[in-house]
Design a protein around this ligand. Structure first.
Ligand SMILES: Cc1cc2nc3c(=O)[nH]c(=O)nc-3n(C[C@H](O)[C@H](O)[C@H](O)COP(=O)(O)O)c2cc1C
Length: 207
């Protein structure tokens, strides 16, 4: 006999009047936990018209197509990141490892416009191969993107970019898959100030 697993339903559009995505884990909220759909923690670099760079952690990010290579992320319009990308049409998605977690959460609370401020955050801007927007040296991989399409929702915007160039640390390129993920230590944004680290890469065993 099958065991029934009890489910708790939260109607976001109806009687409970919850009109925002269930992100907050405050027990006072109609939705008492962060919904377990996680995004990878990345650092997005962008520049304004004067080529002053900006840095922001983002986690509502994913690949949306492979031919052509399209990536996208959701961002608050008030952030320099969104304004910069809308005005200059370019950005870099930098992929950090877990050793940068503390620096990433510190970036979130500080003004991060300008090379000096990126350096103040303990990170190093380096030249990109195709764009004027810098990459972050300490990150393990980077996607240099040109703006393709945007869609605004309230005070937020979804930004889609075409990947012009992808770079990965040589160590990760040359490692076998187990060693590669040990080196990359990719981060997932789980809840307010809580992250997960991918420490294990397992191969699905053939049937
Ligand atoms: C791990 C992490 C992930 C984040 N992900 C997003 C995101 O996906 N979208 C977004 O708009 N802001 C995200 N933020 C917040 C922004 O990076 C930014 O730091 C924050 O909005 C503060 O900006 P403010 O000074 O304009 O309030 C994230 C912050 C952290 C620390």
């Amino acid at each position: 006999m099958k065991t029934e697993i009890e489910k708790v339903d939260f109607d976001l559009g109806g009687s409970r009047n919850v009109d925002s995505f269930p992100l907050l884990g405050d027990p006072k909220d109609a939705f008492p936990l962060r919904f377990p759909l996680v995004g990878q923690v990345v650092l997005i670099t962008s520049i304004n018209r004067e080529k002053v760079p900006s840095l922001a952690p983002q986690s509502w990010v994913s690949i949306f197509a492979s031919r052509p290579a399209i990536v996208g992320f959701g961002c608050n319009m008030s952030q320099p990141t969104a304004k910069n990308i809308l005005s200059t049409g370019e950005f870099v998605i930098n992929i950090p490892g877990a050793e940068l977690a503390k620096k990433i959460w510190n970036v979130s609370g500080m003004e991060t416009e300008g090379n000096k401020n990126i350096e103040k955050a303990g990170l190093t801007p380096i030249k990109s191969a195709k764009l004027s927007t810098p990459r972050i040296a300490e990150c393990r991989a980077h996607l240099e993107c040109s703006l393709d399409w945007t869609k605004k929702y309230g005070d937020q915007v979804v930004i889609f970019g075409r990947v012009l160039l992808a770079s990965v640390d040589k160590k990760a390129v040359e490692a076998d898959s187990e060693e590669r993920y040990k080196y990359l230590k990719l981060l997932a944004d789980l809840d307010e100030g809580i992250y997960g680290v991918i420490k294990e890469a397992k191969k699905v065993s053939p049937k």
